[in-house]
Design a protein around this ligand. Structure first.
Ligand SMILES: Cc1cc2nc3c(=O)[nH]c(=O)nc-3n(C[C@H](O)[C@H](O)[C@H](O)COP(=O)(O)OP(=O)(O)OC[C@H]3O[C@@H](n4cnc5c(N)ncnc54)[C@H](O)[C@@H]3O)c2cc1C
Length: 316
């Protein structure tokens, strides 16, 4: 009897998992990727778009059909609900029964949960946002550019810092560096906390050397026109605001009851199988796996594994 493996999400982790399985499994298996988008989006390109090195959407996204091996099945539908007890996946168009499920649906952005974000902050984690930032940087002549991390965790912990340093380079190349102040506001204690305090300190020194001001432990509550309001009532004005919106597990995962207090799916750090209890490492749903940004992996140091493409790929 043929067995069905459903890979939910055709991003960095899901495509890697599907291809790896296709290469390894010899028997009678149906491997299908369910992906709501028509294209694979390569998020790291957003930073290049921000400084004008990537000039069009075709350098950021690629049609899925070009990336998949010919005999890999892609179902272009949206996952609405997953029933882990019966290994059933409900999409917007059909119900599919699986023998194994790999959940690789990434993280979802929730900018609307910060009042004023969509209206007053350019989103560096959005493909159009990256191009919009470039247009603003091109015409920027003087004043304050603020980078804002709204909530943790978020995809790729170094990315906002890379973005600030690239903007600094862009402004310097334009010859207006002395007229521009660049600052970063974040709820984190130091940059990339999961890499430890020493790395954080080294990172701060690099920012300092580029005259980028760093304001840790600042949690935004509201954004107004050219103004950020933090939970301690501090208000900061700026001329250009660039932000990382809050992240969370995709709605279909949350509504299927698969998350724990981390907001993501708890999994065994070696097998990626879903866990009931992270401390005891017990497996709750054999044959159901979660990888990449959808997974919440508690490390031995009590911190969560950062959300990154390299991890998604290794887990796959
Ligand atoms: C600006 C930026 C720079 C980055 N730079 C790096 C870097 O240099 N190195 C690095 O390792 N990582 C980097 N990352 C992080 C990396 O891109 C992510 O961690 C990685 O994409 C996670 O892979 P994933 O497969 O878990 O999720 P994703 O790649 O997000 O894929 C999830 C897929 O699931 C699909 N999906 C979601 N919900 C549904 C649904 N209901 N139904 C069907 N499909 C669904 C989505 O459309 C998406 O295609 C960066 C991220 C950003 C934003």
């Amino acid at each position: 009897m043929s067995k069905t493996i459903l890979v939910l999400g055709g991003g960095w982790g899901g495509l890697t998992a599907a291809h790896a399985l296709k290469g390894k499994l010899l028997g009678d298996y149906r491997i299908a990727v369910i992906e709501k988008r028509q294209s694979f989006v390569f998020y790291p390109s957003f930073l290049r778009a921000m400084i004008g090195e990537t000039t069009g959407l075709k350098y950021i996204e690629s049609p899925l059909k070009n990336l998949l091996k010919k005999d890999l099945e892609i179902i272009n539908e949206e996952v609405i609900r997953i029933d882990p007890e019966t290994k059933t996946v409900y999409t917007n168009a059909q119900t599919i029964q699986a023998d194994y499920i790999i959940i690789a649906m990434g993280a979802e952005l929730y900018p609307e949960t910060i009042p004023g974000f969509n209206e007053h902050c350019l989103n560096i984690y959005d493909k159009q946002g990256a191009f919009d930032i470039h247009e603003k940087l091109k015409t920027f002549t003087k004043g304050k550019i603020a980078f804002l991390v709204t909530r943790t965790p978020f995809r790729c912990p170094p990315a906002p810092y890379e973005a600030a340093m690239l903007a600094e380079w862009f402004i310097r190349e334009k010859g207006i560096r002395n007229d521009v102040e660049i600052s970063i506001y974040t709820p984190e204690k130091f940059p990339m906390p999961s890499a430890g305090e020493q790395v954080g300190e080294a990172f701060k020194q690099i920012l300092n050397a580029h005259n980028i001001q760093f304001f840790p432990e600042n949690t935004v509550t509201k954004i107004e026109d050219h103004k950020i309001i933090f939970s301690n009532n501090k208000e900061v004005s700026c001329d250009l605001l660039i932000g990382v919106p809050p992240h969370g597990a995709p709605k279909a995962i949350v509504e299927s009851g698969l998350t724990n207090s981390s907001g993501y799916i708890p999994v065994h750090p070696q097998t990626m199988e879903m866990l009931d209890n992270v401390e005891e490492l017990t497996t709750r749903f054999p044959g159901i796996y979660a990888i990449g940004d959808s997974a919440g992996i508690m490390l031995l140091n009590g911190k969560y594994l950062p959300k990154g493409g390299v991890f998604a790929e290794e887990e796959a």
